[in-house]
Design a protein around this ligand. Structure first.
Ligand SMILES: Nc1nc2c(c(=O)[nH]1)N[C@H]1C(S)=C(S)[C@@H](COP(=O)(O)O)O[C@H]1N2
Ligand SMILES: [Mo]
Length: 348
């Protein structure tokens, strides 16, 4: 069955996505057998309204504000001709995992009930934001950088926009025009989006049209009403298996998964195949990058049929590890507790 909403352009086949209203979550089994990057055809989409179709021949990126010396506009080809960088970076929605506040902690949080599929890792190419800001001449009094999207205004709040402190803007932020070697697809921000490594997805504004550099602290609904006080993403892990997967008793099986953190490299992943009684260290494979994710695997020979609970617990280089329970969060962000993944071992 193909589920299609009018607001997302790419196909959302049921075996790759779960659709939540305007948003589409990746099913984790869709990463099974995939390489390091999330292919575009299964990368989650989080839209406040709908994907705009932007004419790149008339599109301009305006960079201006009290914090710059020489305000100016950049065309698409001008941007593409500037010095570029390529980053392998995750984008993850702040609400990723929100569903588990309800299903695991009996304390449901309002909002889109994401499982763990509100994340993807892509290879992004573009112009470092600091290169653009140097081009317009940053003034010493610059405080915040406010990127605004060209998608339709969200309710009465206006265009999607969220200020970024100048320190982060000048550090590792990318004005990206390529995803996995292709021009950005419409749903992921064509012609140009921000990519803000390690931070909540809302920082990575899509369909950029305007960047204001201010000399005072800025406030928009996206750092006051929504997403206040959230910056980096906590540690999480997922198995590349369907929810309620059926595995044959005849093993051993190689169970695969990935772990990630917005704060740094993952240094350890432990897996429990008995609902948390005993833990074994998983083996890493593939790349091992900060601000992306770490693929891992573990071998398992189940001893009996019936329901089982799989759990994975990662630790990052800051020492942050996944707790058994995440403290209540009013908006349902920052879920980092170990997720209990149910499966069924069947005869065969
Ligand atoms: N202009 C604009 N930028 C946006 C959004 C949006 O709705 N409009 N959604 C944000 C949120 S909440 C997230 S999690 C990411 C999702 O990026 P993706 O759809 O490419 O996965 O984009 C962010 N950038
Ligand atoms: Mo998000």
């Amino acid at each position: 069955m193909n589920q299609v909403t009018a607001t997302i352009v790419k196909p959302l086949p049921d075996h790759l996505f779960r659709v939540h209203g305007l948003n589409a979550e990746m099913r984790w089994e869709a990463m099974s057998g995939e390489g390091y990057h999330t292919p575009i055809d299964r990368f989650f989409v989080r839209n406040h309204t709908s994907t705009p179709i932007i004419d790149v021949t008339t599109w301009r990126l305006r960079v201006h504000g009290a914090g710059v010396r020489r305000p100016r506009e950049f065309g698409y080809e001008q941007l593409r001709a500037m010095p570029s960088r390529t980053f392998d970076v995750a984008i993850e929605c702040a609400g990723n995992g929100r569903r588990f506040y309800g299903t695991q902690q009996n304390d449901a949080a309002p909002g889109t009930q994401w499982g763990l599929g509100g994340i993807g890792v892509a290879r992004w190419r573009g112009v470092p934001l600091k290169v653009l800001l140097k081009e317009v001449g940053l003034l010493p009094g610059a405080v915040d950088v406010l990127p605004t999207g060209l998608d339709a205004p969200f309710e009465d709040y206006g265009h999607v926009r969220r200020p970024l402190p100048i320190g982060k803007a000048m550090d590792d932020v990318l004005v990206a025009y390529e995803m996995n070697g292709e021009p950005l697809p419409p749903d992921h921000g064509f012609p140009v989006r921000l990519v803000v490594p390690g931070w909540v997805g809302i920082a990575s504004i899509k369909w950029l049209g305007d960047i204001e550099v201010s000399s005072t602290t800025l406030f928009t609904p996206w750092n006051t009403v929504f997403y206040p006080d959230v910056t980096t993403q906590p540690v999480k892990s997922a198995f590349e298996l369907p929810w309620n997967a059926r595995l044959p008793l005849m093993g051993p099986h190689i169970l695969r998964g990935r772990s990630w953190s917005g704060q740094g490299r993952i240094v350890r992943v432990e897996v429990s195949l008995d609902g948390g009684l005993t833990w074994r260290q998983a083996e890493h494979h593939g790349q091992h990058l900060a601000r992306a994710w770490l693929p891992w695997h573990i071998s398992w020979a189940p001893r009996h049929t019936g329901p089982h609970v799989l759990m994975a617990r990662a630790t990052d280089e800051t020492g942050a590890t996944q707790p058994p329970v995440t403290p209540r969060h009013p908006y349902g962000y920052a879920f980092d507790a170990v997720v209990r993944h149910p499966i069924e071992v069947v005869n065969g």
